[in-house]
Design a protein around this ligand. Structure first.
Ligand code: SF4
Length: 363
């Protein structure tokens, strides 16, 4: 009897889910003259299936900048991505986030008060010109900070090029907020570990060690809570279980893991590598679990494994649900605009300078 009741409950909730998805499609169709839905690869499958454009943070920022004929950009992702879309689009575009609490823990690890305190102390105590560079996974105020101070933005795909540019402009890079992407990029450029300095401790009253003066790269102490979880033991285990497996990881993973993988790269690069590999290839992928599962659905002729079974989901990416998207669209259909993400004009101006410089450098 209990099993029967559970079965009834399951079918009721399944029917509700299916109905919500049908309603979303209807609302999207009704509003199609004025809305476009962008979704990050780490979103739930149901959201990705109905999105107009799917991509990583760089691709979505570039696509948002190209949108001309839609007033509302509905962004199924996290807060900093919606901010980038707002910064890169004209003022009459309205960017909406279905779940306003969906922030990125990594982006939030660089607090502007702490960053400015460190910056003042660095300028005061450390010789040489420092160029601030922030990963695109950062808040608009941090992008504005680097824009105001002669720096730029990078992505996991172009960080190497941006490091080359920054080290031609100055003597050191202050890299925010992801220490692993910064370290992986610096080591890949041939910068030895002794010239990579890890900022740690009380950032409001920073105390620097002697080796900061010779360092080339200064790393903020942030990390992605998803990618940091992969360990070298995961790589060893999967290689033992699947001899011949190709291991590819995101550069937000620790350097030990990147060093033991066959390749590393942005979400878009991972997608490309798997797509271009031979039928029958076996891959272990160290990135967010929704994305890895979807790769298997997209390429059924290949075997795609989670690097660490059963995989790690990004909690805040998963906060955007079909229910929340449905709520936002149904309010919009009644003329109510909810959950708009709007960056203050002075912040948007400086952040735009930083983002635009990245596009100039990388072409
Ligand atoms: S996967 Fe990592 S970097 Fe991406 S949104 Fe989640 S916490 Fe932020």
């Amino acid at each position: 009897m209990e099993a029967f009741e559970k079965g009834v409950e399951y079918f009721k909730s399944r029917r509700t889910q299916d109905q919500i998805l049908t309603d979303i499609r209807t609302l999207k169709h009704e509003l199609s003259h004025e809305i476009i839905l962008l979704a990050h690869h780490y979103q739930q499958d149901e959201i990705v299936a109905i999105a107009d454009i799917v991509g990583d943070s760089l691709k979505l920022a570039q696509e948002a900048a190209k949108i001309r004929n839609k007033k509302y950009i509905v962004f199924a992702g996290v807060h900093f991505m919606a901010e980038s879309a707002d910064i890169l689009t004209p003022p009459d575009r309205v960017v909406l986030l279905p779940e306003p609490k969906a922030g990125c823990p990594l982006a939030e690890m660089a607090d502007i008060t702490e960053v400015e305190s460190v910056w003042r102390t660095l300028k005061d105590q450390v010789d040489g010109k420092i160029i601030p560079v922030t990963y695109i996974n950062s808040t608009a105020v941090i992008k504005a900070f680097v824009g105001r101070n002669g720096g730029t933005v990078c992505t996991s795909g172009n960080a190497g090029k941006i490091f080359d540019w920054a080290l031609k402009q100055g003597d050191k890079i202050l890299f925010l907020p992801d220490r692993y992407l910064g370290e992986n990029t610096a080591l890949a450029k041939g910068i030895p570990p002794e010239l990579i300095y890890h900022l740690k401790g009380d950032m409001l009253n920073p105390v620097f060690q002697e080796d900061i003066h010779t360092a080339k790269v200064l790393l903020w102490d942030g990390y992605c809570s998803v990618h940091r979880r992969f360990k070298t033991e995961d790589v060893a285990h999967i290689r033992k279980k699947y001899p011949g497996v190709r291991v590819i990881v995101h550069p937000e993973c620790s350097h030990d893991v990147v060093a033991q993988a066959d390749d590393s790269g942005s979400t878009e690069k991972i997608l490309r590598q798997v797509e271009q590999s031979k039928s029958g290839s076996v891959w272990a992928v160290g990135t967010e679990a929704h994305m890895v599962n979807r790769l298997q659905d997209m390429f059924p002729d290949k075997t795609i494994l989670q690097l660490s079974n059963p995989g790690y989901q990004c909690v805040t990416m998963s906060m955007t649900t079909p229910e929340k998207l449905h709520h936002l669209l149904s309010e919009l259909s009644k003329g109510h605009v909810i959950h708009q993400v709007r960056v203050k004009p002075d912040i948007a101006r400086d952040a735009y300078t930083a983002l635009n410089k990245m596009l100039d450098i990388t072409g």
